[in-house]
Design a binder for this molecule. Sequence first.
Ligand code: B12
Ligand code: SF4
Length: 298
Amino acid sequence: MTKILFAHPLFLSKSPDERAAGSPYFPLGLLYLAAYVREQGHQVALFDGTFQEDETAFARALAQEAPDVVGIAALLPTRDMALLLAQMAHEAGHVVILGGPDPTKDPSSYLSQPQVDIVVHHEGEQTLATLLDLFDAGRLTTEALQEQPGVAFRSAGRIQINEPRAPIENLDALPLPARDLIDVDRYLAQWRETNGYSSLNIVTSRGCPYNCDWCRDAVHGNGFRQRSPESVAEEMKILKDSFQIDRLRVVDDVDGIERAWLESWAAAAEERDAAIPFEALNDLQRQDIPLLDVRDSL
Ligand code: B12
Ligand code: SF4
């Protein structure tokens, strides 16, 4: 069993814009990864920079958790902090893996930094689990990485970027995000203080069938995959009962594509007393009165 410490390198204390927005969401990608590799038998811990003073808290987490591997997520605005945490983990002797939307877009710009050992690009669950299995077996070597889809690494002084891994087709087979690893109440308190209501994020699908130039190589690819309405409604029920949230934020790449799905979702949520008002990144051209009626029931 390999122990991995995941890290979210966003510190509100160092991000005036995020602090002013007062609407923090913990990135669900890391929680999906943690739930998945935990289910595969690996040990997980998580460092959340959000409410920490500065990066010295990460040094404490490294010492306390003593992980084998450190996995850090990065977006463009958190790149510098992700690389700083990677440096600290590298100096403390851990294997350092970076992943998320920005390393996916440009693995080389991360691997050109010596503190980054491996980049996982695109959807991360299966690739990361394979890397942790290899570590466990003492075989996390450059030779073994040659065979692995979804990774980028340095080999003989050059950066090698392997093909993406085939996407997970059945999203219902994934365990729910490991929200037990974060301080959800702290997030909700922050929401209530700044917005007067509380909100948590949720994923109902992955991928997007469109091809807008600026985001063509999205993390979850061109194949649109949707969870079943029942699985989403069951997760909503858990969130509603456990945290009494006022709203949901649907963080799918794109939504509102399949009207029949939305109608089934509304029915499944009503059946379970799981309906919660939600917001999403939706193209307004897709809206019409019947659709808004469906949404009104959530
Ligand atoms: C929802 C969303 C938001 C929401 C919520 C963000 C949150 N904190 O949850 C809001 C609206 C707040 C937001 C804000 C911003 N966003 Co945004 N957002 C998204 C969106 C649509 C989905 C993200 C998501 O939750 N996906 C679902 C999860 C399950 O997937 P995931 O996070 O990608 O994780 C998977 C893999 O990436 C990988 N992975 C992730 N982390 C790690 C770590 C390791 C170690 C490993 C191995 C793998 C791995 O495995 C995960 C599971 O498969 C993406 C679009 C996209 N397709 O990625 C843009 C996206 C991530 N956002 C983007 C941007 C630019 C921003 C902003 C900077 C916008 C702005 N100017 O303010 C801010 C930054 C916020 C911040 N500081 O975190 C860009 C990032 C581009 C880049 N190169 O980094 C994206 C990719 C949109 C785009 N196409 O340009 N965003
Ligand atoms: S996720 Fe949005 S911006 Fe990206 S390709 Fe799909 S519709 Fe276009």
